[in-house]
Write a new protein. Structure first.
Length: 313
């Protein structure tokens, strides 16, 4: 298991916790759609920290994998709900618009948008019929990319059997994010997958900004937005694997504009300390801490709205 707390460790110096000691480590590039991430977590003393399970010992030889740690929308909206964010149905993209997308780029980006919206809706217990609508819509978009039965009959049966169990429906939606990822890889659609992830991230940022409201209205959500710069770095690096694709390059230009906007934040850096606690765990303290100014917050919010509107037009 690769654990990479995004707020102070880059993809090159994450701690690797081997699950199989007999397996030789290789330098590889892969994506973790589901990762144990803690955004802007603060303890009672205001120190950022995360506990890592170190039941298997690590060594410098173990730290040799390049990992692009990109959380699923489900993980993002778990966090949003946990810190008090509320559902706003005005933030989601209208499912009735999905038939207007025809190019691989627009289809892929909006697959990401609708996937994020589905996760958002299911996190806030919108029910079986809503889930079914998204599954049907996403299948229609995926078919345009040459990926038939993105979800399959098994998923429909699981949703039916879940009835109105909101937590079970949300668990199903979380599991199916990884299935979408695998299905795209199986069909040799990695560039399209990269754009799906980008569309989902931009939609997530759109929801986070509007959930936070005006500058300094909700400092917890605002802090989560500042921590998204680490997710963005990993997303850009992952998409760089497919930069020979013109569509991917166009999306990379979008993301680069957000990366540049992050450079205007007011940041302080403190040395990362690793302390061993009771049991098999380590606690990591410190790292970069960034704050918005009113200007940088409003500028980035406007930029995200512009990019999102470009994608969904």
């Amino acid at each position: 298991m690769k654990l990479c707390p995004p707020y102070h460790l880059s993809k090159n110096n994450c701690i690797f916790v081997p699950t199989d000691k007999s397996q030789k480590m290789k330098k590889i590039v892969y994506l973790l759609p589901f990762s144990l991430l803690f955004f802007g977590c603060q303890d009672e003393e205001g120190v950022k920290q995360v506990e890592l399970d170190l039941s298997n010992e690590t060594s410098e030889e173990s730290i040799n994998k390049v990992v692009y740690t990109i959380p699923s929308p489900n993980e993002q909206f778990d966090l949003l709900q946990n810190i008090g964010g509320e559902l706003d149905l005005l933030l989601i993209h209208d499912l009735e618009s999905l038939d207007k997308y025809s190019s691989p780029k627009s289809i892929s980006l909006n697959l990401g948008v609708y996937t994020a919206d589905a996760s958002y809706m299911m996190r806030y217990n919108q029910g079986k019929s809503v889930f079914m609508n998204y599954v049907s819509g996403l299948d229609r978009l995926a078919t345009k990319l040459g990926v038939s039965q993105l979800f399959g009959e098994d998923l429909l049966l699981m949703i039916e059997e879940a009835e109105d169990n909101s937590e079970l429906l949300y668990e199903i939606s979380s599991d199916n994010y990884l299935k979408v990822y695998n299905k795209m890889v199986e069909n040799d659609k990695s560039p399209e997958l990269a754009m799906i992830l980008a569309g989902g991230w931009i939609e997530t940022m759109h929801i986070l900004f509007h959930s936070a409201g005006e500058y300094n209205n909700d400092l917890l959500i605002q802090e989560c937005i500042t921590e998204q710069r680490y997710v963005l770095e990993n997303l850009i690096d992952f998409m760089g694997e497919y930069k020979n694709n013109d569509d991917v390059n166009g999306v990379l230009d979008m993301l680069a504009s957000v990366e540049q906007a992050y450079e205007s934040l007011d940041c302080e850096s403190t040395e990362v300390e690793v302390k061993k606690e009771e049991g098999n765990s380590m606690v990591l303290y410190g790292g970069d801490s960034c704050l918005f100014t009113a200007d940088s917050y409003n500028s980035m919010k406007e930029l995200i709205n512009k990019l999102r509107n470009t994608i969904t037009a």
